[in-house]
Ligand binder design. Structure first.
Ligand code: ATP
Ligand code: MG
Length: 277
């Protein structure tokens, strides 16, 4: 049976309760909890990687479509791991990851979309946003970095900005990796316990953890106000990494397949050409 990515899509205007979506669930995947399905998923991933590699090759060769994949999550939600596993094997010439950290002074001296717009994909490119302009209605809201009457207007700016990109030829998908608070604790603990992961630990991440419910509510508002037919949000249960990788691969692959791309027509008379000695 095909993986129906629509099952994960936030419908426009839909008020989603994240507490109703189990982060360890595996929608569209009949998980038996007997280990077998996990093994099957791990076997399937290389085949999905191959399909994505071929589609991205086509995107690059055709050179007319632009694709933007936005990834958001709580800290330790698996953004980096998702990028590593889902895009394993793609041609680096046509793929770019843009990570949005705390804004610099220069960035803060501009409007919040200024730094974002510079990184949107050009013709034939696939760009992955690791965090994005959504931070400006998430951390900025919860940590009260700007006042409410300012961030509230941003949902509309963002929807309009994305619609402009879509109207001008960009395909946008937005992915939320939904982990549980317990899973985050384990992953943060792992960053403390393993020397090669220590560099990822930031005491500052404990702040957002303490405000977990406020962040979940902020995310729910984001889905309600900015998931559109043209730039949909997908909510991916992400406690189980193998499921997360399969689900995100399916979302990206099916979206690229829908573009119905083809290789550019070859020069005429190629079959007559003899390569000189
Ligand atoms: P990981 O999840 O693996 O820890 P990361 O995405 O958290 O990776 P970091 O460098 O640890 O990467 O953190 C980036 C930080 O920048 C986050 O705390 C995020 O909330 C913050 N940030 C991003 N955009 C903004 C913004 N517009 N305003 C304020 N903070 C922001
Ligand atoms: Mg971090």
């Amino acid at each position: 049976m095909a993986f129906d990515i629509d099952a994960l899509r936030a419908k426009p205007g839909e008020k989603i309760k994240l507490s109703k979506i189990k982060p360890n669930s595996t929608p569209e995947w009949d998980y038996q909890d007997d280990g077998e399905d996990k093994a099957r998923a791990l076997e399937l991933l290389p085949a999905l990687n191959d399909r994505l590699e071929r589609l991205q090759d086509l995107l690059y060769a055709q050179g007319t479509e632009r694709v933007l994949v936005v990834i958001q999550a709580m800290d330790a939600g698996g953004k980096d791991g998702t990028v590593r596993h889902v895009f394993d094997g793609v041609n680096p010439s046509g793929v770019k990851v843009a990570s949005f950290k705390r804004p610099t002074d220069i960035e803060l001296a501009h409007d919040y979309l200024w730094r974002i717009h510079q990184h949107v994909p050009s013709d034939g490119q696939l760009v992955i946003f690791n965090r994005s302009h959504y931070e400006d209605v998430l951390v900025v809201r919860v940590a009260e970095i700007v006042e409410e009457k300012r961030w509230k207007k941003r949902f509309e700016h963002i929807a309009n900005f994305e619609q402009m990109l879509v109207d001008e030829g960009t395909t946008i998908i937005k992915i939320f990796l939904h982990i549980s608070k317990d899973e985050q604790k384990e992953r943060l603990q792992d960053r403390l316990d393993r020397p090669e992961k220590n560099w990822k630990f930031e005491t500052g991440d404990l702040g957002p953890r303490a405000q977990w419910d406020d962040y979940q509510e902020a995310f729910e508002d984001v889905f309600e106000k900015t998931s559109t037919e043209d730039a949909p949000w997908y909510i991916v249960p992400a406690d189980r990494k193998w499921y997360r990788n399969i689900a995100v691969s399916e979302i990206v692959i099916q979206t690229l397949e829908n573009l119905k791309m083809s290789f550019p027509p070859p020069e005429e008379g190629l079959d007559q050409i003899v390569i000189p000695d």
